[in-house]
Structure formats: C-alpha cells, structure tokens
Ligand binder design. Sequence first.
Ligand SMILES: *Cc1c(COP(=O)(O)O)cnc(C)c1O
Length: 464
Amino acid sequence: MRYVSTRGGGEPASFSQAVMTGLARDGGLLLPESFPDISAELSSWVGLSYQELAFEIMRFYITDMPEEDLEDIINRSYSVFTHPDVTPVKDIGPINILELFHGPTLAFKDIALQFLGNLFEYFLSKSGEKLNIVAATSGDTGSAAIYGVRNRKGVRIFVLYPYGRVSPVQEMQMTSVTDDNVHNIALQGTFDDAQLIVKKLFGDLEYKDKFNLGAVNSINWARVLAQIVYYFYSALQVMEKSKSESVSFSVPTGNFGDIFAGYVAAQMGLPIKHLYLATNENDILSRFFNTGTYSIGEVVSTLSPSMDIQAASNFERWLYLRAGRDAAKLSAWMKTFSEKGHLEITPLETGEIDSLIKAGSANTDETLKTIRDFYNSSGYVLDPHSAVGVHVALNAGNDDSPVICLATAHPAKFPDAVDRATGKQGLATTPQIEALKDLPCRREILPNDTDTIADYIAKTIRNG
Ligand SMILES: *Cc1c(COP(=O)(O)O)cnc(C)c1O
C-alpha cells in the first residue's frame, strides 16, 4: 500500500515513511491510495480477539514490514490494556457503550499512541536513527504520548504544557513518568504559547534537521489506522448479538481523527448506517455538516477540554475524499479557507453534506444533564466527553440500527464534572488515579520564550 498527499505533491510514500514523516512534504495529509474492500472477509472476522482483528485489518495497510513483526507490535501494544477485550462493549439500556479508556492514561488516545510508540521504536531500530519528539499539549495527548514512548529505544520526548493550566490529574499523569527519555516542560504561558513555540521549532528547518525533531499529532496516519480497529471490533459484536445488518456510531469529536477512522471503516465495507458527529460548544464541525459552511469561531473552554478545538486537523482528509480525491480542488478549498476563514461546500442531491455523517452538539447544561440522567437511569457514570456523544445519539431521533456510543475517557479523569452533574462525591474514581498521588514528580518549569526552550532541548539531547 502506498500513501499519497491530499495536496497532490511529492512521490507516494510507504507506510514507514508515512509514520515517520507525519505531515506530507507539501503540507498535505497522507492517505492510502485506495481503501481495501473487506466485505467478503467480514463474516469470517466474527469472534476474533482484538489483537487478531487488528492484524487482519492492518495487514492491508502495512505492506513494508514482515507479518510476524506486525503481529508482535500489535500484541505488545495492547497487552498493556487492563481489560481482556482491550475495548469492551457494554449494553446499557437503549445504547451500547464502547469503552476506549482501559489504557495506561485512561483515555482513547492510548489506543493509537501505544501502537505508534512501538512503530517508532521498530522503524528507528531498522534505520539506526534517533528521534526527538516535541509536542505541545493541553492535557490528554501529552500523557498518552509519554506513555506511548517511555522506555522505547531511539526516541526521546519533550512535552510542553501550560504550567498551572492543566488539571491536577493530567499533570500528575505526565510528571510522574521519570524514565530517562521523558522530559516534561511546564511552560509559564498558555496552551497557545506552547503550540506557537513548537511550531517555531519545527519551522526552523536547520534546528529541526539537526535534532531530528518528530511529531505525534493526530494527523499521523498510524493513529487513524489504529482507531479503525475498534469500529470493526464493536460492530461485529453488536451486529451478531442484535441480529442486525448494520450499526450506527456516536463519536465525541475534536480534531476529527476518531470519527475519520469510522469513516474509513465504512469505506472499507463495514455496514455503518450513520456516524453521529458530536461536538461541545466548539461546534464548527457540527455546523458544517448541517449547513455546508465551514467557518472558524473563537475557542471556548468547556467541560470536555479535549474537544475544545476549532480548526480540526484531520478534516482535510474528509474534504479530499469529498473532492473525489482531486488534490487541485482540495488545495483550492484549503487556500480559500486559510484566506477567508470560511468555506462553502455544495450539498449532495439529497440535500445532505454527507449521507453517512449526522451532526449535533451538546452545551454545558446538556452535558451535565446527560451525565445525571444516564447515571440515574442505568447507574453508569459517563465522563463529559462521552456524555456529549450520548446526548447527540439520544436526540437524533429513530435510528433503525443499534447505536454504539464511543466512551473516550474514564470518568475519574474528570471528577469535578461528574460530581457537579450528579450532586454526589466520589462516583468517579479508579485506583490508577489514586495511586498517582504518591508518585514522584519530574518537570522543568521554564519561561515562555522560544530560545530558552530551544536551548533546553538542545542541551538535554547533547547530555544524553
Ligand atoms: C482527543 C479526545 C477526543 C477527540 O478526539 P478527536 O480524534 O480529536 O476528534 C475526545 N475525547 C477525549 C477524551 C479525547 O482525549
């Protein structure tokens, strides 16, 4: 399988090149040249373990690695999950909950980042190179990336987070990792400041090449690939159990990475009736899928901070497919958007923007009410991100297929929202988070200054 840029530039890349580069050289995103049609295989996949299924799906996309090595990487990546099913499905009243939070940092990003960390180590061991990952985080990505690469050979990670502006749990999850290759930088600034510094470091090509800087953004194709697996895994179980020919999914959305994996699963032939795209008050994507107008607004802080995003980086992949894989058309759309902050797409003949994607959003009150009502009726505690998805699914009207709602974080990561919603203390706990409180803390508090950060990274690399 070869990977092409959404902007049409450069030679097609192999999987390993796509993983190690992240972004295509022309600034586009990489996508497989075509999607395999698995309709014929699908029924034979019923009953496979998560790891076996991951192998069956990934082998279509990863053709530059011996199959035994791929199997080994998959097994190592998912053996750290605490549930034997990796991503179990729970039947809770009118909907199914797909729990994606049984990894080391209790959020769904572990599923992709455990796999990506092992891929980095594998490809670096082949090339003999060393990679220095630099990432800015507002919380969840940083800890999942740290757990993905801690202790991996050939790779170091520097995570910049806004000092005093991430939740205590998120900070402890990052700073309690004291492996030699992990460096937490508590920046005396905001998340935007951290992101700007990272952008500047990558923009300085001499510095970037000298220190072989790498990224773990959600635009990395390997992250999307790893997420395709649980759509198949849960759909097969729910279709089997409910004797249904198709399923629908509800996906709490920020950067459009998770839902795009579901979109790819549908292109491969998984019978998905609808994908409910669920946003919080930062609703640029749900407005787009309802009106065809993509127009950027201000980012507001919500109860579901990992979805507080306006310009969704993975959206370009959907646009490229909507343009019929016409890179010139896509490039023109992106140019219009970057110049005007605004883009219009003509609806399909049916009047829809996409026949698969139905979009909705939940504000703060609706999110709290969903947590409360769901807990009162079923005893199940949702985290605020997952609650946004459940709200949209329950308000979408009748869907004649069973609905699977993706639960993207463990409620114990967001105890304040759960307490506020239910009026009860201590519903959202887990021993993993309790144990964090006793661990050591390692971080470097540094001023909001690009040169200071650049020097700190350079010095750390030279010393070790
Ligand atoms: C990152 C994240 C999301 C959003 O996922 P995208 O792929 O960015 O759409 C939702 N919920 C949680 C808990 C997350 O960490």
